[in-house]
Design a protein around this ligand. Structure first.
Ligand code: ADP
Ligand code: MG
Ligand code: MG
Ligand code: MG
Length: 414
């Protein structure tokens, strides 16, 4: 076969096709006939195969020229696989190889990345829905965000290199466009791809009738589109986090950065908070014992922010080698500048958290935490309460001012 032309993999061809890459064959051991292949993709966009050989296993992820969830009617460029592998490499450099799966090979024309198989890990969203408690996840993610956001920004990088990085990731415009549409646009008008839960129509209509809300969401969109602060993961929800069973030695990894681009730091932070708050909001729909679990989940938002702020502060004090926020100007005011920057990032995180929540309640691709609540009435009630929190976050982020204050509000409203 001509491997220069893009050919989609399928379960029957994966072994032969992967045997062409010596780094992969070496990892698996034995011959292609001995390799076991299964497709495990549960995401919205791509195909993911786990391949097990006599000596090891790998994970092969291939992009399709369209959106898996919707089909060929929604084309999407194969280049997203390139940006995903480029982001995985940078995240490993900035946050440590333990933070993300290691990339074995990337094949651009095939839109294929073969990476470390995270054997024994499950998706955190599923674990949260089952009410498992991974006590280190919030801390690991807070640190991950600080490491990747600080070290890819003008706080750390030479300005010329930073601009080249911005230019490189600008090519991922099609994935940015999905976020621009699905998060900041479609939920706010009668778009055919929205999925409004029966019983929530009035709450959704109220949101769309609210002028302040509509102006605020467009301001968040403006920030998302124009503020090239850091290399973002771009899709940092609880379905992009994999964990081993909770308890001593639990491991936490970040996957799936195909939406990576240069944007505002608060966007990744807001994604983590949004998905915690969506899960917290869904807890009453999952019956008995929900208060206790909801409290635990809400506590994780605060722990996440605190871990981020602590690590960001460390990096500010020890690794500020870029040309933004320089000591020769700040002198004795560098701690004041840090405080101001953290305050702004925190406000942004709250606003983007609200934006991300609304999109998962009203738009295409809702979250399982809410969408699989068995009783429709209970589900609608959870979504209405969550939307109320969203309104405060999107419109009043600056007045709320802190993740701690937003958490109190969430305890009240959800
Ligand atoms: P998509 O971009 O389509 O959302 P993901 O990268 O999120 O694809 O992967 C889909 C699923 O494949 C994940 O939910 C996870 O179960 C599995 N998966 C992805 N990467 C790995 C990996 N490195 N090791 C093991 N399983 C993985
Ligand atoms: Mg995914
Ligand atoms: Mg993805
Ligand atoms: Mg100093």
């Amino acid at each position: 076969p001509n491997f220069d032309a893009y050919i989609p993999l399928d379960t029957d061809t994966v072994a032969d096709r992967l045997s062409a890459y010596s780094a992969v064959a070496g990892q698996l051991g034995g011959a292609p006939a001995d390799w076991r292949v299964r497709e495990v993709g549960d995401g919205n966009l791509n195909f993911v195969y786990i391949v097990e050989g006599p000596e090891g296993s790998v994970c092969a992820k291939q992009a399709l020229p369209y959106v898996r969830l919707v089909g060929e009617s929604w084309p999407l460029p194969l280049s997203r696989a390139f940006y995903e592998h480029a982001a995985l490499i940078r995240q490993a450099e900035d946050a440590g190889q333990d933070a993300v799966p290691e990339v074995h090979i990337h094949d651009g024309p095939q839109a294929l990345t073969v990476m470390e198989n995270l054997a024994g890990h499950v998706i955190w969203r599923g674990a949260l829905i089952e009410r498992q408690r991974h006590d280190t996840a919030a801390i690991v993610l807070g640190r991950f965000c600080a490491d990747t956001l600080f070290r890819s920004s003008d706080l750390a990088l030479d300005p010329a290199l930073k601009k080249r990085e911005v230019a490189l990731f600008s090519g991922n415009d099609a994935l940015c466009r999905i976020s621009e549409d699905l998060i900041f646009t479609d939920p706010y008008h009668d778009h055919e791809m929205n999925a409004v839960t029966p019983g929530t129509e009035d709450a959704v209509a109220e949101m769309r009738a609210d002028t302040v809300w509509r102006v605020a969401i467009q301001e968040w969109k403006w920030a998302f589109m124009t503020r090239s602060e850091s290399m973002l993961h771009g899709d940092l929800h609880s379905g992009s986090v994999m964990v081993t069973p909770p308890g001593g030695g639990e491991r936490v990894r970040v996957i799936d950065p195909e939406f990576a681009f240069y944007g505002p730091m608060g966007f990744d932070l807001g994604a983590v908070l949004a998905n915690l708050w969506l899960n917290a909001g869904a807890q009453p729909g999952w019956g008995e014992g929900w208060q206790d679990q909801q409290n635990w989940v809400l506590d994780q938002g605060g722990r996440f922010w605190d871990a981020f702020a602590a690590r960001f502060t460390d990096l500010w004090r020890t690794e500020r080698r870029g040309e933004a926020m320089v000591d020769r100007v700040l002198r004795d005011a560098d701690e004041a500048a840090l405080e101001a920057m953290l305050a702004r990032i925190q406000n942004d995180a709250l606003g983007f958290a609200g934006a991300k929540m609304a999109r998962r309640i009203v738009g295409l691709a809702g979250v399982a935490d809410l969408r699989t609540i068995p009783e429709m009435d209970a589900r609608a009630a959870c979504e209405i309460r969550a939307l109320r929190l969203v309104g405060h976050l999107v419109k009043e982020a600056a007045a709320i001012g802190s993740v701690a204050a937003a958490t109190d509000m969430a305890r009240d409203l959800l």
